[in-house]
Design a protein. Structure first.
Length: 707
């Protein structure tokens, strides 16, 4: 009897699994099947060992790789042939598992030695197309066939292994084969089925997102084409449901963490939570949770960017008594002020599958972190999604529909210089009002040294698009516009005060121009979309109350017009011209107010007295400015191309990590049976095959005239 070696702890060393010994023979260039015609049938009854096969491939040097190439090629082909054995579920699942291990190991080896094209070395380009075509056919059959759910699960994991083989998807040699043999129809059918969607929907949405991003601007991508024209309502709703579930789960976890904090003050609790949860350390759990949402947020972006039919799913879940959103509700030439008193109320806590509501609440949480690059990138993706939504006619009609009101809990950061307006939290209102609340919150809460210029441009761009829709369709949203005006003026004040620091880093004149033009839009066209005439009075009151800010901006701009080496000269000139009407209004009403004060013998007028002076003195002529209600429609390229390359890379890396964990631990759910092996099979190892244990498969929103 041979003595067994003991480890330092005194435990008996576990015998080597039979399947591991076979992997070693294959990776030494030996042929373990030479003495038995039934070898491969029996081999696929053994439970695969993901880590062992990956390690054996990783040990090979270039010379050894040439030696074992025939064996790896044979293993690849035998796995594909075994996919045709739907009558034997165990062999089917094990062959899929082995393919996952094989490709994962090959890709890992290839990434470690980028100069070596291991895929072509092992399989050859011509044969690869033939075998991958067959593999895609079998995968289609497995996904849509009557097979164990474990087989469908492993098939999707195999496809994820194939698409995440390289960090840069454009460098993955397998993608060309995946483009030629599309799996799109199978994905759509699975998303349309509630049962399959609940089990595999997340994997399918991630797969589609990665496939869509393969050379999307360089060549025709069939997945881009098919996703852009997809009109299957069940599939689109299923696609959106997977995204909303993930975002809502994140929001619920955040709310739960708020509720769990024991403190004497709600405000101090929120401060502690934000301080603890949102820190710059990449290892922070909350930061990782935010980053983990990149894949589904990217999926949402692709859907709203490519497919107009998807917009209808954004508020798919609604109260039974509420009227469906319709463009006809908001496209009339003169829409009255909406009466929200009898409008049905939709609460996110009662209807947790509304995608647009989930997106708004999610954004309000993410924007509280202004220190971490991952969270900033995630928030930028949110703003790009909001940009696409705010450009869509139907989305705007839905968000402005007075018959469709929501209670949305927007999370607001505690700041020393303001008190939270609790009355505005959770107020029932159209989604457009909630979106404006969200954008106003961002404006007032990110005025800091590390100024996020790009995010501010995106934020102001969304506000501009919403106002353009209201002006064009004469939609009078009942909104406290003074909050928006105060936020915008505060932003301008910050830019002026921080001019010396910011001008060295970014073009503050362009952002200032966008803000000033929003005021010009209100001044010029406010009578078409402001809910009451009092709103106009309040606008002019605010402009005069904050006249110092506009005077300082004007002085700053004049200073830069005389600088010959100013790199932002064009925007400086445009900003100077854009200030004409605001300065004229300020000058006109300042004179009228001074005259009135002199007549009354007063030095400190009340707000109502100033408003009364404004109402009686609209006798001024302003300059009619062009293109205030025009904007450049969003395009991904070239401005955001690099951003999305990095975002896709993150999604690929994150998906690959999850695949490793899932596949490494995944085992067949088919009940174990006693497997009788031939003498040739049992002779290849001195140990015994470790029996497979069954585990559950992870389951996988009178006015002034103009001249």
């Amino acid at each position: 009897m041979t003595s067994r070696k003991r480890s330092g702890s005194g435990s008996t060393k576990r015998p080597k699994e039979k399947v591991v010994y076979i992997y070693e023979l294959l990776c030494r260039g030996e042929d373990p099947s030479s003495e038995s015609p039934e070898f491969w049938n029996e081999f696929f009854l053994l439970q695969p060992n993901f880590e062992a096969l990956e390690n054996e491939i990783g040990k090979l040097n270039n010379e050894q790789l040439q030696l074992v190439k025939p064996n790896l090629n044979t293993l690849f082909q035998r796995c594909i042939e075994m996919l045709d054995t739907e009558d034997h579920p165990k062999r089917l699942c094990n062959s899929l598992h082995t393919l996952c291990s094989l490709f994962y190991g090959i890709f890992k080896k290839s990434n470690a030695e980028p100069t070596l094209n291991i895929l072509n070395e092992i399989f050859g380009h011509e044969k690869m197309d033939e075998w991958l075509k067959l593999l895609m056919q079998y995968c289609n059959r497995i996904l849509l066939g009557d097979v164990p759910e474990n087989a469908r699960f492993m098939c999707l994991k195999l496809l994820q292994v194939l698409v995440t083989g390289t960090d840069n998807v454009n460098q993955n040699a397998l993608f060309e084969h995946l483009m030629m043999h599309s799996m799109f129809d199978a994905f759509v059918r699975l998303l349309s089925d509630p049962t399959f969607r609940s089990q595999h929907g997340h994997d399918i949405v991630i797969l589609l997102t990665i496939l869509v991003n393969y050379r999307k601007h360089e060549a025709t991508n069939p997945y881009v084409v098919q996703l852009s024209i997809l009109a299957d309502e069940l599939a689109l709703n299923g696609y959106g449901q997977m995204i909303s579930q993930s975002l809502i789960d994140f929001c619920r976890q955040y709310i739960q963490s708020l509720n769990n904090v024991q403190s004497s003050s709600w405000f101090s609790s929120l401060s502690n939570i934000v301080g603890n949860m949102f820190v710059s350390d990449e290892g922070c759990e909350r930061v990782q949770q935010i980053k983990a949402n990149n894949g589904l947020l990217l999926a949402l972006y692709e859907a709203v960017h490519l497919n107009r039919n998807f917009i209808t799913t954004l508020a798919h879940t609604q109260a039974e008594s509420s009227a469906p959103p319709s463009p006809s509700n908001t496209l009339s030439l003169a829409q009255p002020v909406p009466d929200l008193s009898n409008a049905p109320i939709i609460d996110i806590t009662q209807y947790p599958t509304n995608l647009l509501v989930a997106v708004f609440q999610y954004c309000s949480i993410v924007m509280q972190d202004n220190k971490n690059e991952s969270s900033i990138a995630n928030l930028k993706l949110c703003f790009l999604i909001l940009t696409c939504i705010s450009e869509d006619q139907y989305a705007n009609s839905m968000m402005h529909d007075s018959n469709l009101t929501f209670k949305v809990m927007l999370h607001r950061a505690q700041m020393r210089h303001r008190k939270l307006n609790v009355d505005r939290v959770g107020k029932s209102q159209p989604l457009a009002a909630t979106l404006l609340d969200l954008l106003v919150e961002f404006i007032v809460s990110h005025l800091m040294k590390k100024f996020p210029m790009e995010l501010y441009l995106l934020c102001i761009g969304v506000i501009h698009r919403i106002l353009c829709y209201q002006k064009r369709c004469r939609v009078r949203l009942n909104y406290p516009w003074k909050e928006l005006w105060s936020a915008l003026i505060g932003l301008l004040r910050f830019l002026v005060n921080q001019e010396q620091t910011l001008v060295k880093k970014c073009n503050i004149f362009h952002l200032s121009l966008q803000v000033v033009n929003i005021f010009n839009l209100f001044i010029t066209y406010g009578d078409t979309f402001l809910a009451t005439t009092n709103s106009y009075d309040e606008l002019y009151y605010e402009l005069n109350r904050e006249e110092k800010v506009f005077t300082e901006i004007h002085a700053m701009v004049l200073r830069y017009t005389t600088m010959p080496d100013c790199e932002y000269k064009d925007d400086v000139i445009k900003l100077l011209n854009a200030l004409v009407n605001i300065l004229a209004i300020v000058k006109h009403f300042q004179n009228k107010i001074k005259e009135w004060l002199a007549e009354q013998g007063l030095s400190t007028p009340t707000e109502e007295q100033i408003l009364d002076v404004v109402r009686k003195n609209y006798d001024l002529t302003l300059k009619l400015q062009d293109s205030l209600d025009q904007y450049e429609r969003y395009t991904e390229t070239p401005l955001h191309t690099n951003f999305f390359k990095l975002m896709v890379r993150d999604v690929v890396n994150d998906t690959r990590k999850h695949i490793y964990g899932y596949v490494k631990e995944a085992v067949s759910v088919i009940p174990d049976q006693e497997i009788l092996l031939s003498s040739s099979m049992t002779s290849v190892s001195a140990g015994t095959a470790t029996p497979a244990s069954a585990t559950a498969v992870p389951e996988a929103k009178a006015l002034p005239s103009f001249a």
